[in-house]
Design a protein around this ligand. Structure first.
Ligand SMILES: NC(=O)c1ccc[n+]([C@@H]2O[C@H](COP(=O)([O-])OP(=O)(O)OC[C@H]3O[C@@H](n4cnc5c(N)ncnc54)[C@H](O)[C@@H]3O)[C@@H](O)[C@H]2O)c1
Length: 248
């Protein structure tokens, strides 16, 4: 029996990286998937790959800027029209502009909070009524180790990711009576375009020396934890934050 047989899952930021790996794994486990992302070319490639590889499930790319309320509402309405409901929401889309307080403009601050935090509020706000109708649901929010520990030159990013944890824990309490489980993951150093964009190859080599497992994580190693939280294997897990890569 597949772990998400017949489910409908929305995964934001699934055009590439951790979101893409999650969409592929969910489809392999029997879920229809909606890929909500701003990147049209990569989003459609993920959609095509899933539709080619996996029988009995459908992938649908919906161009969505998750920081915009109208885009989010439209994406969720289209999902319900296409698939009849929503079982799983993975709030994964995010951006990482580095900066100290002096380097971070008010515009950058607003953008990071909008894309990394407000987006999750919006997606939850408009998905939850459909999960209540279904009588169950699972929401997984992608935070970061920096949401727990802060980070150098991560003033806006770490603040948004800490906010994601507050949102997760509060929603978990409010939504438990509806049988909707809300949890978060907090990955550490995962090899994606986001990670590589802000670090030179020499810096990555130095960083690897400090990692207990001696290597960067793979997007698939985050996807498998998200799958656990989305599936009935985690039927009694709520309001948790699973650190991926070690708390050190
Ligand atoms: N890579 C890491 O080391 C790491 C560590 C901790 C947390 N994370 C978190 O994991 C998540 C995924 O990151 P990733 O490493 O796969 O990065 P990535 O840059 O490869 O993927 C992020 C995706 O989000 C999409 N996105 C960005 N802004 C968007 C918007 N406004 N609307 C819709 N989609 C948007 C991008 O187009 C992209 O497809 C992010 O929330 C990130 O903060 C990553």
């Amino acid at each position: 029996m597949k772990k998400l047989e017949g489910k409908v899952s929305i995964i934001t930021g699934a055009a590439r990286g951790i979101g893409r790996a999650t969409a592929l794994l969910f489809a392999m486990e029997g879920s229809n998937v909606v890929i909500a992302d701003i990147l049209e070319k990569e989003g459609k490639e993920t959609e095509d790959e899933i539709n080619r590889k996996f029988e009995g499930v459908k992938a649908l790319f919906i161009k969505t800027d998750v920081s915009k309320e109208d885009d989010v509402k439209n994406m969720i309405e289209r999902t319900v029209k296409e698939f009849g409901g929503i079982d799983v929401l993975v709030n994964n889309a995010g951006i990482l502009p580095l900066g100290t307080i002096e380097e971070t403009s008010v515009e950058t601050w607003d953008r990071v909070i909008d894309v990394n935090l407000k987006s999750m509020f919006l997606c939850c706000k408009y998905v939850v009524p459909y999960m209540i109708k279904r009588g169950k649901g699972a929401i997984i929010n992608v935070s970061s180790i920096n949401g727990l520990m802060g980070g150098r030159r991560m003033v806006a990013y770490a603040t948004a990711k800490a906010g994601v944890i507050g949102l997760t824990k509060s929603l978990a309490l409010d939504l438990a009576p509806y049988n909707i489980r809300v949890n978060a993951v907090a990955p550490r150093t995962i090899e994606t375009a986001m990670y590589r964009a802000y670090r030179k190859p020499e810096q990555i080599k130095e960083r690897i020396k400090t990692i207990p497992l001696g290597r960067l994580g793979k997007p698939e190693e985050v996807a498998s934890v998200i799958l656990f939280l989305a599936s009935d294997d985690a039927s009694y897990v709520i309001g948790d934050v699973i650190v991926i890569g070690g708390y050190y």
